[in-house]
Design a protein around this ligand. Structure first.
Ligand code: GAR
Length: 190
Protein backbone atom coordinates (compact mmCIF):
# COMPACT_ATOMS: atom_id res chain seq x y z
CA UNK A 1 0.00 0.00 0.00
CA UNK A 2 1.36 3.44 -0.96
CA UNK A 3 0.13 6.61 0.73
CA UNK A 4 0.01 10.09 -0.73
CA UNK A 5 -0.65 13.45 0.89
CA UNK A 6 -2.40 16.21 -1.05
CA UNK A 7 -1.67 19.88 -0.30
CA UNK A 8 -4.28 22.38 -1.51
CA UNK A 9 -5.40 25.92 -0.71
CA UNK A 10 -8.53 26.28 -2.81
CA UNK A 11 -11.55 24.49 -4.17
CA UNK A 12 -9.70 21.26 -4.62
CA UNK A 13 -10.96 20.11 -8.01
CA UNK A 14 -7.59 18.45 -8.65
CA UNK A 15 -7.71 16.81 -5.23
CA UNK A 16 -11.18 15.48 -6.10
CA UNK A 17 -9.93 14.12 -9.44
CA UNK A 18 -7.00 12.37 -7.73
CA UNK A 19 -9.22 10.86 -5.02
CA UNK A 20 -11.68 9.67 -7.65
CA UNK A 21 -8.94 8.13 -9.81
CA UNK A 22 -7.43 6.11 -6.98
CA UNK A 23 -10.74 5.12 -5.40
CA UNK A 24 -10.82 1.85 -7.28
CA UNK A 25 -7.15 1.01 -6.62
CA UNK A 26 -6.56 -0.87 -3.40
CA UNK A 27 -2.78 -0.23 -3.41
CA UNK A 28 -2.88 3.61 -3.25
CA UNK A 29 -4.61 5.74 -0.67
CA UNK A 30 -4.91 9.46 -0.08
CA UNK A 31 -3.86 9.41 3.57
CA UNK A 32 -4.08 13.11 4.40
CA UNK A 33 -5.04 16.50 3.02
CA UNK A 34 -3.11 19.59 4.10
CA UNK A 35 -4.39 23.13 3.67
CA UNK A 36 -3.24 26.56 4.79
CA UNK A 37 -6.76 27.90 4.33
CA UNK A 38 -9.35 26.95 6.96
CA UNK A 39 -12.13 27.90 4.51
CA UNK A 40 -10.78 25.97 1.54
CA UNK A 41 -13.30 23.90 -0.38
CA UNK A 42 -10.81 21.05 -0.37
CA UNK A 43 -11.56 20.57 3.34
CA UNK A 44 -15.21 19.84 2.51
CA UNK A 45 -13.94 17.18 0.14
CA UNK A 46 -11.72 15.76 2.92
CA UNK A 47 -14.71 15.60 5.30
CA UNK A 48 -16.98 14.03 2.71
CA UNK A 49 -14.35 11.44 1.79
CA UNK A 50 -13.41 10.84 5.44
CA UNK A 51 -9.78 11.68 4.76
CA UNK A 52 -7.85 13.10 7.75
CA UNK A 53 -6.88 16.74 7.21
CA UNK A 54 -4.40 19.15 8.67
CA UNK A 55 -4.75 22.94 8.62
CA UNK A 56 -1.45 24.78 8.81
CA UNK A 57 -1.35 28.29 10.15
CA UNK A 58 1.52 30.62 9.33
CA UNK A 59 1.53 32.26 12.78
CA UNK A 60 1.51 29.04 14.76
CA UNK A 61 3.64 27.10 12.30
CA UNK A 62 6.17 24.64 13.68
CA UNK A 63 8.30 22.97 11.04
CA UNK A 64 9.31 20.09 13.27
CA UNK A 65 5.73 19.33 14.33
CA UNK A 66 4.59 19.58 10.70
CA UNK A 67 7.26 17.08 9.61
CA UNK A 68 6.22 14.72 12.40
CA UNK A 69 2.56 14.95 11.42
CA UNK A 70 3.31 14.24 7.77
CA UNK A 71 5.59 11.33 8.67
CA UNK A 72 2.71 9.54 10.41
CA UNK A 73 1.23 8.93 6.94
CA UNK A 74 4.53 7.49 5.59
CA UNK A 75 3.87 9.19 2.25
CA UNK A 76 5.39 7.88 -0.97
CA UNK A 77 4.56 11.22 -2.62
CA UNK A 78 3.55 14.70 -1.52
CA UNK A 79 1.24 16.21 -4.11
CA UNK A 80 0.74 19.96 -4.40
CA UNK A 81 -2.56 20.79 -6.07
CA UNK A 82 -3.11 24.54 -5.94
CA UNK A 83 -1.15 24.96 -2.70
CA UNK A 84 -0.19 28.60 -2.39
CA UNK A 85 2.41 28.47 0.36
CA UNK A 86 6.05 28.18 -0.55
CA UNK A 87 7.17 24.75 0.64
CA UNK A 88 9.67 25.06 3.53
CA UNK A 89 13.21 23.98 2.70
CA UNK A 90 13.12 21.42 5.51
CA UNK A 91 10.26 19.66 3.74
CA UNK A 92 12.10 19.58 0.41
CA UNK A 93 15.11 18.10 2.23
CA UNK A 94 13.00 15.53 4.11
CA UNK A 95 11.31 14.27 0.91
CA UNK A 96 13.87 14.53 -1.90
CA UNK A 97 12.32 13.72 -5.27
CA UNK A 98 8.99 12.99 -3.61
CA UNK A 99 7.20 16.34 -3.89
CA UNK A 100 5.41 17.27 -7.10
CA UNK A 101 3.38 20.25 -8.20
CA UNK A 102 1.05 21.12 -11.05
CA UNK A 103 1.26 24.50 -12.71
CA UNK A 104 -1.47 25.75 -15.09
CA UNK A 105 0.90 26.91 -17.85
CA UNK A 106 3.91 25.74 -19.83
CA UNK A 107 6.87 26.45 -17.53
CA UNK A 108 9.37 28.07 -17.54
CA UNK A 109 6.97 30.70 -18.89
CA UNK A 110 4.35 32.19 -16.61
CA UNK A 111 5.75 30.79 -13.37
CA UNK A 112 7.27 32.20 -10.22
CA UNK A 113 5.99 34.15 -7.26
CA UNK A 114 2.49 35.58 -7.72
CA UNK A 115 1.83 33.38 -10.75
CA UNK A 116 -1.05 31.21 -9.66
CA UNK A 117 -4.59 30.46 -10.74
CA UNK A 118 -6.30 33.11 -12.85
CA UNK A 119 -3.22 35.40 -12.80
CA UNK A 120 -1.41 32.85 -14.93
CA UNK A 121 -4.15 32.71 -17.55
CA UNK A 122 -4.45 36.52 -17.68
CA UNK A 123 -0.70 36.79 -18.32
CA UNK A 124 -0.85 34.13 -21.06
CA UNK A 125 -3.70 36.01 -22.80
CA UNK A 126 -1.98 39.40 -22.42
CA UNK A 127 1.10 37.97 -24.13
CA UNK A 128 -1.14 36.70 -26.98
CA UNK A 129 0.22 33.19 -26.72
CA UNK A 130 -1.22 30.68 -29.20
CA UNK A 131 -0.73 27.79 -26.79
CA UNK A 132 -0.91 27.07 -23.09
CA UNK A 133 -1.16 23.92 -20.99
CA UNK A 134 0.07 22.30 -17.81
CA UNK A 135 3.40 21.45 -16.27
CA UNK A 136 3.78 18.72 -13.68
CA UNK A 137 7.16 19.09 -12.02
CA UNK A 138 9.25 18.18 -9.01
CA UNK A 139 9.41 20.77 -6.27
CA UNK A 140 12.68 22.30 -5.13
CA UNK A 141 13.52 25.34 -2.99
CA UNK A 142 12.48 27.81 -5.71
CA UNK A 143 9.03 28.57 -7.12
CA UNK A 144 8.07 26.53 -10.19
CA UNK A 145 11.68 25.53 -10.82
CA UNK A 146 12.07 21.74 -10.33
CA UNK A 147 12.54 19.23 -13.15
CA UNK A 148 9.56 18.69 -15.42
CA UNK A 149 7.79 15.34 -15.28
CA UNK A 150 5.15 16.05 -17.93
CA UNK A 151 3.72 18.88 -20.00
CA UNK A 152 0.46 18.80 -21.93
CA UNK A 153 -0.56 21.52 -24.37
CA UNK A 154 -3.82 23.12 -25.43
CA UNK A 155 -4.63 25.91 -27.86
CA UNK A 156 -5.40 29.46 -26.80
CA UNK A 157 -8.31 30.90 -28.81
CA UNK A 158 -8.41 34.54 -29.84
CA UNK A 159 -11.67 35.13 -27.99
CA UNK A 160 -10.66 33.33 -24.76
CA UNK A 161 -11.30 34.99 -21.43
CA UNK A 162 -9.05 33.98 -18.52
CA UNK A 163 -11.94 31.89 -17.18
CA UNK A 164 -12.50 30.04 -20.45
CA UNK A 165 -8.78 29.31 -20.78
CA UNK A 166 -8.63 28.22 -17.12
CA UNK A 167 -11.43 25.71 -17.74
CA UNK A 168 -9.64 24.26 -20.80
CA UNK A 169 -6.38 23.92 -18.86
CA UNK A 170 -8.17 22.44 -15.84
CA UNK A 171 -9.48 19.60 -18.02
CA UNK A 172 -5.86 18.70 -18.83
CA UNK A 173 -5.00 18.88 -15.12
CA UNK A 174 -7.81 16.53 -14.10
CA UNK A 175 -6.86 14.00 -16.75
CA UNK A 176 -3.07 14.04 -16.54
CA UNK A 177 -2.33 14.73 -12.86
CA UNK A 178 -3.86 11.51 -11.43
CA UNK A 179 -2.31 9.40 -14.21
CA UNK A 180 1.12 10.97 -13.77
CA UNK A 181 0.91 10.36 -10.03
CA UNK A 182 0.01 6.73 -10.74
CA UNK A 183 3.01 6.42 -13.06
CA UNK A 184 5.40 7.95 -10.50
CA UNK A 185 4.07 5.69 -7.75
CA UNK A 186 4.73 2.67 -9.95
CA UNK A 187 8.30 3.87 -10.51
CA UNK A 188 8.80 4.35 -6.77
CA UNK A 189 7.36 0.91 -5.98
CA UNK A 190 9.79 -0.56 -8.53
C1 GAR B 1 -5.05 24.66 -10.49
O1 GAR B 1 -5.35 25.22 -11.75
C2 GAR B 1 -3.54 24.57 -10.31
O2 GAR B 1 -2.85 24.28 -11.49
C3 GAR B 1 -3.22 25.96 -9.83
O3 GAR B 1 -4.25 26.25 -8.91
C4 GAR B 1 -5.46 25.62 -9.37
C5 GAR B 1 -6.10 24.90 -8.19
O4 GAR B 1 -7.37 24.46 -8.55
N1 GAR B 1 -1.92 26.03 -9.22
C6 GAR B 1 -1.11 27.09 -9.37
O5 GAR B 1 -1.43 28.09 -9.97
C7 GAR B 1 0.26 26.92 -8.70
N2 GAR B 1 1.14 27.97 -9.08
P1 GAR B 1 -8.15 23.36 -7.69
O6 GAR B 1 -8.14 23.83 -6.22
O7 GAR B 1 -9.53 23.37 -8.25
O8 GAR B 1 -7.45 22.06 -7.86
Amino acid sequence: MQSVIIFASGGGSNAAAIIQYFRGQSNVRVAMIVSNNPNAGVLDIAKREEIPFLIVDRKAFSESLFLEQLATAEPALLILAGFLWKIPESLVKAYPGKIINIHPALLPGYGGKGMYGIHVHKAVLEARERESGITIHYVNERYDDGATVLQAHCPVMSDDTPQVLAARVLKLEHYFYPRTIGFLLEQIAG
